[in-house]
Design a binder for this molecule. Structure first.
Ligand code: SF4
Length: 402
C-alpha cells in the first residue's frame, strides 16, 4: 500500500469500512484510501480511517510545504518564516530529503485535513478557506501527480541571511525594548547554503531575505554575487534605505525581483515611523539600480512595493498609489500589522483591527480609492492573508467596484 500509516491514519480499516473505495483503489481509479478520504470521503461523512473526529471545515490556503523552503540562520530548512526550527541538512542533502522530512510531511497532512498546528492556526499570512476549496486549489499545482502528501517540488527558497536591521521602525519586533539583538548568518553557513542552491538548478526563485535587512549583512554582496554567477534567480525584500556603493548598486541591478518595503509617500511621517529612512534615498536607489541595469544591457529588475497597512498609512494610500504608479512598480503587496507595545515618545501606530467603526470605514474608503488608481495603471495588488476582506465584513463596507 502506497500510503504510510502515520498521522493516525488507518488505511486497511478505511478500506474495510468502505468496500466501494477498496474496489476503486483496486481498479486504479483512486490512488489509495487516504487520498479518497481527503478528496471526497470526509465530505461524504465516511468513517473508518481513524481521522474520525469531526472533520475540520476550514484550513489555510497555503502551499508552502509543497513549494517553499526557508534557510534559518543556522542553515536548517523550514517550510515558512513563521516556523522557528527547521530540518538539519548535512552536506550533500538534496531537496527530496527535505521534502520527505517529517516536519514538511506532517505539515502537508495538517493543511490537507485542517487539523492545524499552533503556527498555522495563528498564521496571519495565509487566508482561511473551506477545506474542500483548498484541495481543489492544490491539485492543479501538482501537475502529473496524485500524491497529495508525498509530492511537491519545493522550488522556491528563502535565505534568512540576517536578523539585524539598519532601521528601527516603531512597529517592528526589533524595536521592542529588550528585543534580542539578532545575528548575521555566518560565513560557513552562507557557503553551505550557496552550494545547496547552486546544486538545485530547478529553483525558480531564491529570496535573499528573512527577518532583517539583507543589505545590512557585511558579506551580503559577495554571497549574492556567487549565486548570480551560478545563474540563481534572485529576489529580495529590502528597505533600500542605505547609501550603496557602486558595486552594491550593480549587484542589486542583477536581481530578478526587488520588493521595496515602504508604507507611504509622506516623507516626514515615514521618517518618524520607520526611523532613519528617507524617501528620497529609497527613490534614488531605485533609479540608480535601473540606470545600472540599462547601462550594462541587462533586463531591469521587476520592482514591487511591500506596504504595511495601519491607521496612519491607510488614510494616505491614494498618495502612495500615485507614487507606485510614478515609479513604475509592478506589484503592491499589502500586509497587516502585528501590534507590539507602544514605544515611549515615538510616532506609534495602530493596526486596522483596533480602529473604531467610523475610522475603519474612512480607511477602507481610502483603500478603495487607492485600489482604483493601482488598477487603472495595471499595478497588480496582493493582500497577504486576505485580511482586508475580514475588515470589510466587520465594518459592513462592501468592496467598491472599480
Ligand atoms: S504558518 Fe502560515 S505560511 Fe506557514 S505553513 Fe502554516 S499557514 Fe503556511
Amino acid at each position: 500500500m502506497a500510503v504510510r500509516e502515520d498521522h493516525g491514519w488507518r488505511e486497511d480499516a478505511y478500506l474495510d469500512a468502505n468496500p466501494d473505495v477498496r474496489a476503486a483503489v483496486a481498479q486504479g481509479i483512486v490512488r489509495d484510501g487516504y487520498h479518497h478520504y481527503l478528496l471526497m470521503g470526509r465530505f461524504e461523512g465516511r468513517r473508518g480511517g481513524g481521522l474520525d473526529r469531526e472533520p475540520a471545515a476550514t484550513t489555510k490556503l497555503c502551499f508552502d510545504p509543497w513549494e517553499n523552503a526557508e534557510f534559518t540562520l543556522d542553515g536548517a530548512l523550514k517550510p515558512c518564516c513563521i516556523f522557528l526550527h527547521g530540518v538539519e541538512m548535512g552536506d550533500g542533502c538534496g531537496m527530496e530529503a527535505v521534502r520527505d522530512a517529517p516536519l514538511f510531511r506532517d505539515l502537508r497532512h495538517r493543511l490537507l485535513t485542517g487539523d492545524l498546528g499552533p503556527e498555522c492556526a495563528r498564521c496571519h499570512i495565509r487566508p482561511t478557506v473551506p477545506a474542500q476549496k483548498f484541495v481543489e486549489a492544490l491539485y492543479p499545482r501538482l501537475p502529473g501527480s496524485k500524491h497529495l502528501l508525498d509530492c511537491g517540488k519545493l522550488d522556491r527558497v528563502r535565505v534568512d541571511v540576517t536578523q539585524k536591521c539598519n532601521l528601527r521602525c516603531v512597529y517592528c519586533a526589533l524595536s521592542v525594548e529588550g528585543a534580542p539583538a539578532g545575528a548575521h548568518m555566518e560565513e560557513p553557513v552562507l557557503d553551505r547554503v550557496s552550494r545547496f542552491i547552486l546544486e538545485h538548478p530547478g529553483i525558480s526563485d531564491a529570496g535573499i531575505n528573512g527577518h532583517g535587512e539583507t543589505t545590512h549583512h557585511p558579506h551580503w554582496r559577495e554571497f549574492c554575487e556567487g549565486l548570480l554567477e551560478g545563474g540563481a534567480p534572485l529576489s529580495i525584500i529590502t528597505n533600500l534605505g542605505r547609501v550603496y556603493d557602486e558595486a552594491e548598486i550593480t549587484t542589486l541591478s542583477r536581481f530578478r525581483v526587488i520588493q521595496v518595503s515602504i508604507d507611504m509617500a509622506d516623507e516626514e511621517l515615514l521618517r518618524r515611523i520607520r526611523r532613519k529612512v528617507e524617501l528620497g534615498r529609497i527613490l534614488t536607489n531605485m533609479a540608480l539600480i535601473r540606470a545600472r541595469a540599462l547601462q550594462d544591457g541587462r533586463r531591469l529588475p521587476v520592482f514591487s512595493f511591500s506596504c504595511g497597512l495601519y491607521d496612519k498609512s491607510i488614510v494616505r494610500l491614494e498618495e502612495f498609489a500615485a507614487l507606485a504608479v510614478a515609479m513604475s512598480v509592478h506589484i503592491v503587496t499589502f500586509w497587516d500589522l502585528m501590534k507590539y507595545p507602544d514605544l515611549p515618545g515615538a510616532e506609534n501606530v495602530r493596526p486596522l483591527a483596533a480602529l473604531d467603526g467610523a475610522e475603519l470605514r474612512h480607511g477602507l474608503a481610502c483603500y478603495d480609492r487607492a485600489l482604483a488608481i493601482l488598477t487603472k495603471y495595471r499595478v497588480d495588488v496582493q493582500v497577504a492573508g486576505g485580511f482586508v476582506d475580514g475588515l470589510r465584513e466587520r465594518s459592513g463596507c462592501a468592496a467598491a467596484t472599480t
